[in-house]
Design a protein around this ligand. Structure first.
Ligand code: CAA
Length: 261
């Protein structure tokens, strides 16, 4: 792994843990951090030893408190559009990396922070986490995919309420509306995320990978095309050793030993 200024990385038992680390700015995403995330996800994508990725924020208080407002303050329209496109591309890279990505949301997930969490496959929140898209208080809409992914996750009406009011919601409310998958005590957050990562890792890797691709692909197209895509990846998996192993293990009443082949 190459060196990073605003990201920390460690690997534990096949789980890659990426920590956004700009403590002085509550881990706000400046351009340097977005470029580092881009490079980090390129590295993680080609590192076969990393099976599942967890993204979290440094410190107790914040996951990511949004895009860096001091950097955006004097941007022109063209710079704003380019900044949005850059971060959108990086978040799409995270969303589509062929490995599960879990956001362990330890505190504020505001603006670009909520958008980063939404680009992950699964969100686990500490009871102390707070979510929101407060951009309208700054004179802008969300620009890192928030208007699109929030509506897809929580529905049009709830998304519009959060977007129009800029209100912050706590973890319990985020869970109630389906923005997060699970809520845990703050000191259980990492272990809960890691336990989920390990459970996913015990399943057939190619099957998990195609589930991710099929859900992502399917949400971009009509049902008929999504179903057709599913049939293709369903069929392809019968060419894997893991399909033979999984079904043989079931018939032999033993645990499967998957190899990712
Ligand atoms: N950008 C730059 N700096 C930020 C920041 C941000 N998004 N969020 C916090 N900081 C900085 C603060 O300026 C402060 O720095 P100084 O110590 O140098 O003054 C430091 O982090 C600590 O923050 P606070 O003193 O404000 O801490 P607090 O506990 O009083 O409040 C908070 C915490 C409610 C999260 C508050 O910091 C806040 O409202 N932050 C901004 C949240 C926001 O509006 N995010 C959306 C940004 S726009 C965006 O993300 C667009 C997009 O779609 C991509």
């Amino acid at each position: 792994m190459s060196t990073y200024e605003n990201l920390l990385f460690r690997s534990e038992d096949g789980v890659g843990i990426v920590t956004i680390h700009r403590p002085k700015a509550l881990n706000a995403l400046n351009a340097a951090t977005i470029h580092e995330l881009d490079r980090m996800f390129d590295e993680l994508g080609s590192d076969d030893s990393i099976k599942v990725i967890i993204i979290t924020g440094s410190g107790e208080k914040s996951f990511v408190a949004g895009a860096d407002i001091t950097e955006m303050q004097h941007m022109s329209a063209v710079e704003g559009r380019n900044w949005g496109k850059l971060a959108q591309a990086v978040f799409s890279k995270i969303e589509n990396i062929p490995k599960p990505v879990i956001a362990a949301v330890n505190g504020y997930a505001l603006g670009g922070g909520c958008e980063l969490a939404m680009a992950c496959d699964i969100r686990i929140a500490s009871e102390k986490a707070k979510f929101g898209q407060p951009e309208v208080s700054l004179g802008i809409p969300p620009g890192f995919g928030g208007t699109q992914r929030l509506a897809r996750l929580v529905g049009k009406g709830r998304a519009k309420e959060l977007l129009f009011t800029g209100d912050m919601i706590d973890a319990a409310e985020a869970y109630r509306i389906g923005l997060v998958n699970k809520v845990t005590a703050p000191d259980e957050l990492f272990n809960t995320a890691k336990a989920m990562a390990q459970k996913i890792m015990s399943r057939a890797p190619i099957a998990v990978q195609v589930c991710k691709a099929a859900v992502n692909e399917g949400l971009d197209v009509d049902l008929k095309s999504g179903i057709a895509y599913e049939a293709e990846v369903f069929g392809l998996c019968f060419a894997t050793r893991d399909q033979k192993e999984g079904m043989t293990a079931f018939v032999e009443k033993r645990a499967p030993i998957f190899t990712g082949k």
